[in-house]
Design a protein. Structure first.
Length: 367
């Protein structure tokens, strides 16, 4: 049994590595090659090269493709660039824009992992006769008799399990994550040890196709109708002001609402896309305990009835206690033990049993 849990010699084990041109995937490729595996590097071109080269600290952009090729040459492995622009636009960018138009707050990195990277690239890896697909994600994979389990990364500051909740069991069995047991400083040290051309390269931004963090500008360009004006109202429906597009608001937002003189801070409580209305209220109006989910991916064991576990309703929080009731149609109801503020439709609610990732679902509504 080799270090990847496969019953083959490393030299006879082909590992396809998703290389973004960053430090993490570059170290992943170098470590596997150092162990003697038959490593093949693959980089995805996800959006227009002419635009990509203008963006700093992006992912899968023009400079990154060049960097990935340089790393592959340094490591001594073959390297391929695949044009996934049309798939990325349809499955990630268009879905991102449509989610904002529905008044949601999307998480495009989950969609990218779920579709372009783990669905399409995994198929490509198998077409290349790969025995496994390795990435630079910070998550741990543990092989068991019943299949692979995914667990939070050793470095909590780098843990990416929230963004990988949609990974299926079949995908988890084929995937490998060599960096999940390392802190970031150890990964940087490996990059320096390998004299990697990207050893000092900064980490990429989460949303690679949004320049300067201006989500509204991207959505307005793709879906011009999303910037239709509407009312800002209080909880009683009283008009407090006007806005120039619901896409500029998210649940829990306080700054930049454009309404003042009320005597207390106001927050976005909900967004009503059909009426193009933004409802605001005081902090006391926030605090949800029941969260309805759709498109649920369950990685845990079979069970009957509600299950006590912990969940994250946003990527930046620590898991909190909750009860999960799975439906038969890909839905679920999560009951939080304590109210959570700013639970936003379009975000993910991710399930954990201690360190183990149990899956998750997309937030549809909260109460």
């Amino acid at each position: 049994m080799n270090s990847l849990g496969l019953s083959k010699d490393p030299a006879d084990t082909r590992v396809v590595v998703a290389m973004s041109g960053g430090v993490d995937s570059s170290v992943t490729a170098a470590l596997l090659a150092e162990e003697g595996y038959d490593v093949v590097g693959v980089t995805l071109q996800l959006y227009d090269h002419g635009e990509a080269v203008k963006r700093e600290r992006a992912c899968c952009a023009g400079q990154d493709i060049f960097d990935a090729r340089r790393v592959a040459e340094t490591v001594g492995i073959p390297h391929y660039v695949l044009n996934y622009e049309s798939r990325f636009r349809e499955d990630v960018i268009d879905a991102f824009a449509d989610s904002y138009v529905r008044g949601e707050t999307p998480v495009p990195c989950v969609l990218c992992n779920q579709t372009v990277k783990f669905r399409d690239l995994l198929k490509t890896a198998k077409d290349l006769q790969g025995d496994a697909l390795a990435t630079g994600h910070y998550i741990q994979r543990v092989g068991t008799e019943s299949g692979a389990e995914l667990r939070r990364a050793v470095d909590p500051a780098r843990d990416q399990s929230y963004f990988l909740f949609a990974t299926t069991q079949e995908q988890a069995d084929f995937l490998r994550f060599p960096l999940g047991g390392m802190p970031k400083n150890e990964v940087r040290a490996h990059a320096e040890r390998f004299n990697s051309p990207v050893a000092a390269k900064p980490d990429s931004q989460d949303i690679c196709f949004v320049p300067d963090g201006d989500y509204a500008a991207v959505v307005a360009k793709i879906r011009p109708g999303a910037i239709d004006p509407g009312d800002i109202v209080d909880l009683d429906g009283k008009v407090l002001g006007r806005h120039d597009g619901i896409i500029k608001f998210t649940i829990g937002q306080r700054r930049g609402i454009g309404v003042g003189g009320t005597g207390e801070p106001l927050y976005v409580i909900r967004i009503e896309p059909d009426a193009r209305r933004v409802v605001v209220g005081p902090a006391s109006a926030m605090g949800e305990t029941v969260v309805r989910l759709g498109a649920v991916n369950w990685l845990g064991d079979a069970h009957d009835g509600p299950l006590d576990l912990t969940v994250k309703v946003r990527s930046t929080q620590d898991p909190v206690p909750a009860s999960l009731d799975l439906g038969d149609d890909g839905t679920a109801t999560v009951t939080l033990k304590a109210p959570e503020r700013a639970v936003a439709p379009g975000q993910a609610c991710v399930f954990y049993d201690d360190e183990r990732l149990l899956g998750g679902g997309w937030i549809q509504r909260a109460a």
